[in-house]
Design a protein around this ligand. Structure first.
Ligand code: SF4
Length: 239
């Protein structure tokens, strides 16, 4: 797909629903496309939509080895509800062993470089390994989560991953729409959302937020950069 095709696609789907964008994506790319799910609220919404369109649609996840028990719980609940084989990607064990032997188990608190190294080993490299096998990927990102995501479109060409298609069906949704969809459709969701976690990552790197705080304030809370990302949705320098 070239940039003109992409622009046409975004124009066509600008006012269409997430389900219509997913229908187009699955019709055109399945089985060479999958949802990257961290099992946050947005992702379980997209899973529900995908399963209604095509029960064979692919869902993969990155198990960093440092996730919360609540995340594993919702993973199994979703697996059982939709009878899907979640494709779990693990980090390369040699890379993890080298990293923790050199820098310690909790290296991410010591410096931003260490944190990016850990996100690279535990998240970005396994993501790259999966994306090398696909022609497109689907995400649950929303534009009001970070400034980086504010400019994202429903369809993008992912230049970080050989120009494959990246589809963000609920990019223009608000948090309230996500939770409404979950409640109306009785979808299992991560119970950390009820404990003040709007955004959920790894257990040692995520905390609940206080009223009025930025939605991503709980991620890597000890860092000051307002544009905090793990590298999955932006270029990453430890790839
Ligand atoms: S979020 Fe924390 S524990 Fe998880 S991969 Fe990144 S630095 Fe490592």
């Amino acid at each position: 797909m070239n940039i003109e095709d992409l622009n046409r696609l975004n124009q066509e789907f600008r006012t269409k629903s997430p389900e219509e964008a997913l229908l187009w994506t699955l019709d055109n790319l399945h089985p060479n496309v999958g949802l990257a799910s961290s099992f946050g609220a947005e992702d379980v919404v997209v899973i529900d939509m995908m399963m209604r369109i095509n029960p064979e649609a692919r869902v993969f996840t990155l198990d960093t080895g440092r996730l919360n028990q609540e995340t594993y719980d919702v993973m199994d609940e979703i697996r059982n509800k939709y009878n899907i084989n979640i494709e779990v990607m693990f980090p390369n064990h040699d890379e993890v062993e080298n990293m923790v032997r050199t820098h310690g188990m909790n290296l991410f608190y010591k410096s931003i470089d260490n944190r990016k190294l850990c996100c690279g080993v535990r998240k970005v490299h396994p993501l790259n390994r999966m994306l090398e096998t696909l022609n497109g990927w689907i995400t649950g990102i929303r534009s009001d989560q970070t400034q980086n995501r504010a400019g994202a479109d429903k369809f993008e060409l992912d230049e970080q991953h050989s120009g494959i298609l990246k589809v963000n069906p609920i990019i223009d949704w608000k948090w309230e729409q996500v939770m409404d969809y979950i409640k109306k459709n009785n979808i299992p969701y991560n119970k950390l959302h009820d404990k003040g976690y709007p955004s959920i990552g790894c257990e040692p790197c995520t905390r609940a937020i206080k009223p009025g705080e930025d939605l991503r304030a709980g991620r890597w809370w000890w860092e000051n950069d307002p544009q905090k990302e793990c590298g999955l949705h932006v270029a990453h320098d430890s790839r």
